[in-house]
Design a protein around this ligand. Structure first.
Ligand code: SAM
Length: 457
């Protein structure tokens, strides 16, 4: 029997007490003995709001170093709130830690399929080498399944109401058997979930594929221009040149300058990821009163809009190539503090900013090109001006491998698509020092991004 006590105020968690009836303990003495031996019965339970379960789960993994230890979804428990999801963790922090601190249980109302799938996949035994190889080889099938789901508008159809596979097929004009099999796979991946009546609904992850979400542009772009380019990855490895050029006849940014539809999809794809860090930067970095921020290679201005929203005295300049900046200006309400300048950061960067931003720009380029861009930034600003660099880091050599880590994977994407590279934190520090900047601080941001805060010397 489980007794839960929850305080009235939202988000405060509560206390959970397990009561083991004497009769049960006797009848299942082996199970009870095992639970006691592993101290599984002594644990800390944390009941979190449904909308914060993913963030808390990430904290447990990334910041508290906890190990996933199974979990599940019970549709019957608390059925008025669509059941309950439970995630178990272990935390081996040395023998001195009390038993209840070594095991933790995170509980939330509702079915959090994507988090649960990620949690459980981090729990499963390491597969044998054959399974591991087959699974890697099939990686592009999974990506293709996602691309096609986005192309046929699956998430928008499921957004209106949960549907059987046959109804999804009818509304998307597809084959019912094929759609049924696609849905089964996506259910295994936590993109959709099958309900008790065999209908399918979007999960939080699946919602990202809705057309209104810029992530759907990212999925489509990865499934079209980038996917085609990857067919030429062999040429990249043999020659060192980009697969993108081999496939499309021009380098990535020049190609987009000629192709309006792909360029807009790229801007929105960048926006999808930028939105995940924009809030944190806008709220977390103390932009001084009245400063001008210059976002170099600022895309459609997503980051600067967030900064202006939270800092009413700040002005922003979004600087990018003209085919991009034209759209940065036109996409939202006019704002007298929001300026757009077109140009080429290899030639000149707008002068007299107080804070310069390079968000996911340096990773597009070789070290030599980064040195040129940074030199232009340094030439544009006075000593004491700030430079904020947002990038994903490669894991340091010898760092433990983590499931789902993105750094080394994105390094290949940069090699194949832009000719750039991901870097370790120390490599960015070296580039910045070489260009006349002192790195003052490095802070983590969501989705494995980081913020390097530097000052022009
Ligand atoms: N900073 C934005 C963000 O974080 O969402 C966009 C990042 S995107 C990976 C790189 C940006 O650099 C694109 O918007 C691209 O148009 C811009 N860019 C590429 N070459 C450029 C150049 N020579 N001069 C100015 N901007 C350039």
């Amino acid at each position: 029997m489980i007794v839960r006590a929850r305080p009235q105020s939202r988000g405060c968690g509560g206390v959970e007490i397990f009561v083991l009836p004497r009769r049960f303990a006797t009848a299942h003495s082996r199970l009870v003995a095992k639970e006691r031996a592993t101290e599984a019965e002594s644990h800390l339970g944390w009941f979190v709001d449904a909308d914060s379960v993913e963030a808390v789960w990430r904290c447990c993994l990334q910041y508290f170093g906890m190990r996933p230890d199974g979990g599940g979804y019970n549709p019957v428990e608390n059925s008025a709130e669509d059941g309950r999801t439970v995630l178990y963790f272990q935390h081996d922090d040395g023998a001195s830690v009390a038993a209840h601190a070594r095991r933790m249980e995170l509980t939330a109302d509702g079915h959090h399929a994507a988090v649960l799938a990620a949690h459980q996949s981090a729990t499963v035994e390491v597969p044998d080498q054959h399974t591991a190889l087959l699974s890697m080889l099939a990686g592009h099938w999974a990506a293709r399944a996602l691309h096609v789901a986005a192309e046929i508008g699956l998430a928008d159809v499921l957004d209106r109401e949960p549907l059987h596979a046959a109804d999804v097929a009818e509304r998307t004009g597809c084959d019912p058997v094929a759609v049924g099999r696609l849905l089964r796979f996506l259910d295994r991946k936590g993109v959709v979930r099958q309900l008790g009546d065999a209908t399918y609904a979007n999960t939080e992850l699946g919602e990202l594929l809705r057309e209104a979400n810029p992530f759907s542009d990212l999925v489509r772009l990865y499934g079209s221009d980038f996917y085609e380019a990857w067919e030429e990855f062999g040429a990249t490895v043999r020659t060192g040149g980009t697969a993108f050029r081999h496939r499309h006849g021009a380098e990535h940014f020049d190609y987009f300058a000629q192709d309006e539809a792909s360029a807009r999809a790229f801007d929105r794809a960048m926006q999808a990821v930028t939105e995940l860090v924009a809030d944190e930067l806008a709220k977390g970095y103390p932009f001084p009163h009245g400063v001008t921020v210059v976002d170099v290679g600022g895309g459609n201005g997503t980051l600067m809009r967030a900064v202006l929203r939270d800092h009413p005295s700040v002005s922003a300049v979004v600087f990018d190539r003209d085919h991009v900046s034209a759209h940065a200006a036109g996409e939202r309400e006019p704002d007298s503090r929001f300026h757009v300048v077109s140009g080429d950061f290899f030639t000149e960067v707008p002068p007299e900013g107080d804070v310069y931003v390079l968000s996911r720009v340096l990773h597009d380029w070789s070290d030599e090109d980064c040195e040129r861009i940074l030199a232009r930034c340094r030439a544009a600003c006075r000593a004491g001006a700030k430079l904020l660099v947002l990038e994903r880091f490669l894991p340091e050599t010898g760092a433990p491998r983590r499931d789902g880590e993105l750094g080394a994977l994105w390094d290949l994407q940069m090699l194949a698509i832009t000719g750039g590279r991901e870097r370790e934190c120390s490599e960015y520090e070296k580039l910045l020092h070489g260009a006349g900047f002192r790195v003052d601080d490095v802070r983590p941001l969501p989705t494995e991004m980081n913020l390097l805060i530097a000052t022009a010397c």
